[in-house]
Design a protein around this ligand. Structure first.
Ligand code: PMP
Length: 360
């Protein structure tokens, strides 16, 4: 992202003119990509076939309401259709939620920090003031987050598992938190990595939204389902919130290929969840390997690991690049390593062994 350095014309909202934007540019690199929490495999044949077929209908607008996909999700998740909304990735849905809730100058959005970078970005675009509550031992401090919810807090986000740390909130903690957040504030449970969770004490947001009209769960086809490039996600929330999401959607935003590939992915879920299982076992192997090298690695329930390397982060990422893998450095904070194929993960372990970046 680059800062436009443009102070804006009289027609631009100042908040928007100040937000850093993505300049056009490529992401091509000869390195193995372990930087964006993508899945390392291309779509399986049935999904590729659905894409080919859907592409032949590219001269037509897609189904605006993603009916077939919504029906399949409703059946799969055992939720009523009116509680579902599909969107252009879960970030698209988050943007719609912000648009639905942030109204006046001074309206606030609260979330833990460090967390997903889209939160400050989209909050700024919406014109919200942000309250960032520091992580504690790399985990959400839900007590402090609840304390930060005030009269003007329109939306509070809980990223579970948290990107970039992979850490989670527990069921009892979440319940206490939800009990404390007033109904005037919408709680967004961002569960982009839900399918990678194996700890039974990590709550499934779908257990919690039913009796709470102010809880929305965000999920995506970008991670476990391997469709990051197609931009399709979904939200589960009480009917008025789901309706607001549909009202704020870009018309026909979820393309036909995205809808049909997501549908095909749901139908071949067993195969895709086998892939997830492999990444989960790699998660343990790589965590153990890094810890054996002296790195401090928080337990992750997602498809990535977090190394809090502070000032050594950029050096570590450079060592990985040297070994042929692109990882994501957060300068001054740490490095996030997406789990990939076993041989890709081995490259990270090899780089880590030589990087001299373990505990000083
Ligand atoms: N939430 C979190 C926590 C994420 O890490 C990501 C992807 N990096 C997303 C949402 C966005 O996913 P999508 O591709 O569905 O917009």
């Amino acid at each position: 992202m680059t800062d436009s350095g443009y102070s804006g014309g009289p027609f631009l909202r100042p908040a928007v003119a100040r937000v850093p934007h993505h300049a056009p540019g490529g992401t091509s690199s000869a390195l193995r990509r372990l930087a964006a929490n993508e899945t390392p495999w291309p779509p399986p044949p049935s999904v590729a076939e659905a894409l080919r077929e859907a592409a032949l209908w590219s001269h037509r607008y897609p189904d605006r309401g993603s009916r077939e996909l919504t029906e399949a999700l409703a059946e799969r998740l055992r939720v009523p259709m009116e509680h579902l909304a599909t969107g252009t990735g879960s970030v698209g849905l988050l943007k719609q939620l912000l648009q639905s809730t942030v109204q006046h100058e001074g309206d606030e959005v609260a979330y833990a920090w460090l967390s997903f970078e889209a939160y400050p970005h989209l909050s700024a675009v919406a014109g919200a003031r942000v309250r960032q509550i520091p992580l504690r031992d790399e985990r959400h401090d839900l007590e402090a987050l609840a304390d930060a919810v005030g009269e003007r807090t329109r939306l509070v986000i809980v990223c579970n598992p948290n990107n970039p740390t992979g850490t989670t909130v527990r069921r009892a903690e979440l319940e206490r938190f939800l009990d404390r957040v007033p109904e005037r504030t919408l709680v967004v449970l961002d569960e982009a990595y839900r399918e990678f969770v194996r700890d039974p004490d990590v709550p499934d947001g779908l257990e919690h939204y039913r009796d709470r009209p102010n809880v929305a769960v965000l999920r995506t086809f970008s991670k476990a389902y391997g469709l990051a490039g197609l931009r399709v996600g979904y939200a589960v929330a009480a009917a008025p919130v789901a309706a607001a999401l549909r009202a704020c959607a870009v018309p026909f935003g979820v393309s036909g290929p995205a809808q049909y590939a997501a549908l095909a992915a749901l139908r071949t879920e067993d195969e895709l969840m086998e892939r997830v299982n492999l990444l989960v076992s790699e998660r343990k192997r790589v965590t153990d390997g890094l810890r054996a090298l002296g790195y401090s690695v928080p337990g992750s329930e997602a498809n990535f690991l977090w190394l809090r390397l502070g000032e050594r982060s950029v050096c570590f990422a450079a060592a990985c690049a040297e070994a042929g893998v692109l990882v994501r450095a957060f300068p001054g904070e740490g490095v996030r390593v997406t789990l990939g194929l076993p041989e890709e993960n081995d490259l990270v372990l090899r780089a880590a062994a030589g990087a001299d970046a373990a505990a000083p």
